[in-house]
Write a protein that binds this ligand. Structure first.
Ligand code: PHE
Ligand code: ZN
Length: 879
């Protein structure tokens, strides 16, 4: 905790570490009132460091130093300085052994960084800078060492003792205690260290690798969760196979473990051989998890597993390179999910997140490049830009190089840098070297923040039969960055004739049967492309499959959008055309709420969709979802949230009324599907059915009400149960809503994951989640301020998803959020800083709102003893 200004750290000031660690030997004595950590470091001067013979500086945070000795000699108090967060030993030999004993208090650790306790078990979280909360250490990713870890604890309370690598020794100790020693043969940075001690049950399986080695797979959970591991285990095996087949990556240790913990700041963590997961990202059963949760679990299990190569074997030189591992690994997990399910749907989901939330981040006060140039608190940089935009950047490289060259590039990258801590530039260089392509200009994607804008205009010359596209590129200013250069943008394109047939793209008059789809490469601020031999004016399909993370401006007509909605062979653009049309219709209502007729062609287009049994039902299910309020806000200049909310609701009401019979038919057609399955088709049918139900209840349809009540009673899975509950909660049927909520809680109150759903269904509802109700949820016995998932499912969901309630004109939502941030800042700064996010966008909103949002930020700023995490976000937002 601090009040004075935290330091800014700059990439330009990077220096290689002065000392390296060859080996770490750790011994943990775990007790109820604290833990003693014995650490022995074999260290030596770094030959590659700028200068030699300087002081040894170790990082530490919230540690009590019990003893310190160098080469077996205890150091006297004059021989070192303990400066709070640094331990400095001015004089050390070229190579030496340092022994440090620290005392820490995991049971009082509410920040959930370092070693802490969660539902009675000990666990760790060391990324990014948590290891320094365990012992003094050069806590930076370019210091890679081999670890041996001995864990000692009471045998009956903590029968399971885990750490990274392979178990090499175990035994009993005095006083009912026992120990296990683990050895990790692979050098790793401290942020990948992990330890778990608890009363856990294990689910086991094996995986035989491509070279025939048997890997022992284990998932450790509390006994009550024993039946919720199957899906994750399966997903793990699929991931292991996929990484062998698609990237040629085989697993390296003999054992791979996953542990589920309830209190966790993030989703999951890729610690070497011992991944630690937020319970909500690994535990699932048909009864308790929605389809979306299953898919998320599959993706996160894969993501963490893939990090074994893209993150652990090859890691980051410094935290500015975070996207080296995260962007690449998100790209890999999205390829995996696409392969496991519907590629188009996966693309739609990824782009929805990117365009809604990452574009907003990139246009706000916290905007930063994929490779940032500076930070105050690295925890604040686990962002959508690092993860999602970073993944888009890797995807563009993939698009530019093609499958084969990309694979060559990734092979070269892994081979060249195995066991090293490297930079995003090293990654791009490997791609360049393997493919022979020049990615010089492309590197700007890593350096320049902000979403590039493409202004597209076209002209058809009917005499010449030539269609012309003019594309102008600009990259907006962002904090600290102005006057940017044009970037290298792959631009997917197709042209359709009036029948919806793809036309050849002939780039010159001699060409006659060009390909029907091209990826144009934009490198200048202006480009002109001419397409020859066209007998009629084509309809353009722009930025196919969202080939680059950019905004495209083109004067779409509603005719064109309706046409693409039903004809574009590119599934993504087909969906996007529908979104654009709906956005246009909603926006015209926002601009002129009175007397604007709701586009009858939108209604007809939705009618077609509701009755379309030919088209991929997964795509239909996505196309039926109206653009979210968050996306509509992102698209507007000065958002008036209640106006946007009302306009969107009006369109929904109008559609539901006009299509009532079609909705009922769609519901019936997709009801009663036999056994629960997780295939894309079955998921799509549940989604269609629940969308139809939600729309019917949006207009308080009596028949819909009966269907919802019945669906809750009969559901054999959480997707249908929650779908019906959500529909009731968002309806005007107050007594059914309250009854359903009470019954749901009654039934699932002992399951934290389901209680989170129960909280978030209410917190996201403009009917059940107004401020007084939100306050009541915070007072509910099942709510727990120490549990990040609970905080997110009430406070985070309210401010991030219940936008009309959060943006009350009286500013009460903003003050509420500010109060919760201040409260959390003392116990868990990382979570507090993340919760501030909705307020940081204050400039985006019309004056009545923005001034009050700003006031709420100032209220946080003026709190005494602000953490570095919240300090950075609040001060940058107010700058
Ligand atoms: N490295 C983790 C992931 O992306 C995320 C994480 C970051 C978890 C920091 C905990 C703390 O998989
Ligand atoms: Zn990751």
């Amino acid at each position: 905790m601090r009040t004075n200004q935290p330091q800014t750290i700059y990439l330009s000031e990077y220096q290689a570490p002065a000392y390296l660690v060859d080996h770490v030997s750790l011994r943990f004595e775990l007790f109820e009132d604290g833990a003693r950590v014995h650490s022995t470091l074999s260290m030596r001067q770094n030959p590659a460091a700028g200068q030699s013979g300087g002081p040894l500086v170790l990082d530490g945070d919230s540690l009590t130093l019990e003893s310190l000795s160098l080469n077996g000699q205890p150091l006297a108090s004059g021989e070192y300085q303990n400066e709070g967060d640094k331990l400095v030993i001015p004089v050390v030999p070229d190579s030496f052994e340092l022994a440090v004993v620290t005392w820490i208090e995991p049971q009082n650790n509410t920040r959930l960084e370092g070693l802490y306790k969660s539902s009675g078990m000990f666990c760790t979280q060391c990324e990014a800078e948590g290891f320094r909360c365990i012992t003094y250490y050069p806590d930076r990713p370019d210091v890679m060492a081999r670890f041996q870890t001995r864990v000692e604890a009471d045998k009956s309370a903590y029968p399971v003792l885990l750490s990274n690598g392979n178990p090499i020794e175990q035994g009993d100790l005095e006083n009912g205690r026992h120990f296990v020693t683990w050895e990790d043969p692979f050098p790793k940075p401290a942020y990948l260290f992990a330890l778990v001690a608890g009363d856990l049950v294990e689910k086991r399986d094996t995986f035989t690798t491509v070279s025939g080695r048997d890997i022992d797979l284990r998932i450790y959970v509390e006994a009550r969760n024993a039946r919720k591991c199957d899906y994750a285990m399966d997903a793990l095996k699929r991931s292991m196979r996929w990484d062998e087949e698609v990237y040629g990556r085989e697993y390296d240790l003999d054992i791979f473990m996953i542990v589920a913990v309830d209190d966790f700041n993030m989703g999951a963590m890729e610690n070497k051989g011992l991944n630690i997961f937020n319970s909500s990202c690994v535990l699932a059963s048909q009864d308790t998890a929605t389809d979306a949760a299953f898919q998320r679990i599959e993706a996160i299990v894969a993501h963490e597993y893939f990090h074994n190569w893209s993150g652990n074997r090859v890691t980051c030189r410094d935290w500015f390179q975070l996207s080296l591992k995260e962007g690449f690994t998100v790209f890999r997990d999205s390829q995996f999910s696409a392969d496991m399910g519907s590629p188009t749907v996966k693309r739609i989901e990824d782009v929805t997140l990117l365009r809604t939330a990452q574009f907003a981040e990139d246009a706000g006060p916290m905007a930063h490049p994929v490779r940032p140039a500076s930070y105050m608190e690295i925890s604040n940089f686990y962002t959508l830009t690092i993860y999602e935009k970073g993944a888009e950047v890797v995807r563009m490289i993939h698009n530019l190089l093609g499958d084969d060259m990309f694979r060559k590039g990734s092979d070269l990258y892994f081979e060249r840098h195995d066991g090293q801590a490297v930079t995003t530039d090293d990654f791009v260089k490997a791609m360049e070297d393997a493919s022979g392509r020049d990615l010089g200009q492309f590197r700007l994607w890593y350096e320049q923040a902000g979403t590039p804008v493409l202004a597209v205009s076209d002209h058809y010359d009917e005499v010449q039969g030539v269609y012309r596209l003019d594309i102008r590129q600009s990259v907006p200013d962002t904090p600290g960055q102005t006057g940017k250069l044009p970037q290298h943008i792959p631009f997917g394109l197709g042209l359709l004739d009036s029948e919806g047939q793809p036309l050849p793209l002939n780039l010159n008059a001699d060409e006659q049967s060009g390909p029907v789809e091209r990826v144009l490469e934009l490198t200048e601020s202006e480009h002109r492309f001419e397409f020859h031999g066209l007998r009629e004016r084509p309809v353009p399909s722009l930025l196919r499959d969202f080939s680059a993370p950019v905004r495209v401006h083109y004067p779409w007509t509603r005719e064109q959008l309706l046409f693409l909605m039903s004809h574009d062979p590119d599934g993504f653009n087909r969906w996007d055309a529908g979104q654009k049309l709906a956005v246009d219709v909603i926006q015209s209502l926002v601009d002129a709420p009175q007397g604007t007729e709701i586009e009858p062609r939108l209604v007809e287009a939705y009618r077609l969709l509701l009755n379309d049994t030919e088209l991929d039902q997964a795509l239909v299910a996505k196309m039926l979802l109206l653009p979210s309020e968050a996306y509509l806000i992102e698209l507007s200049e000065q958002a008036d949230v209640p106006a946007i909310h009302d306009a969107r609701e009006l369109v929904l009401t109008h559609l539901a009324q006009a299509l009532r019979d079609d909705l009922l038919a769609c519901y019936q057609r997709n009801a009663g599907q036999g056994d629960y399955q997780l295939t894309p088709g079955a998921i799509a049918r549940r989604s269609l059915r629940n969308t139809a139900l939600a729309w019917l209840l949006h207009i308080d349809d009596e028949h819909g009400r009966a269907l919802a009540v019945e669906q809750i009673e009969q559901a054999d899975n959480m997707t249908d149960r929650l779908g019906a509950l959500r529909a009731l909660v968002n309806s005007g049927f107050e007594s059914e809503r309250n009854q359903a909520l009470a019954a749901f809680f009654e039934r699932f109150q002992d399951d934290p994951q389901v209680v989170e759903l129960w909280f978030s269904v209410q917190a996201s509802s403009d009917r059940a989640g107004q401020l007084p109700q939100i306050r009541a949820l915070l007072d509910h016995p099942a709510f727990d301020w120490k549990n990040p998932n609970k905080v997110r499912s009430v406070v985070g969901v309210f401010a991030g998803q219940n936008l009309a309630a959060f943006h009350k004109p009286d500013g009460s939502g903003y003050r509420f959020l500010a109060d919760q941030v201040c409260r959390l800042d003392d116990s868990n700064p990382q979570i507090a800083a993340r919760l501030v996010s909705p307020l940081t966008r204050w400039k985006k909103f019309s004056p009545q709102y923005s001034s009050q949002m700003k006031a709420a930020l100032e209220r946080i700023r003026d709190k005494t003893e602000l953490s570095r995490d919240v300090y950075e976000v609040v001060h940058k937002s107010l700058a």
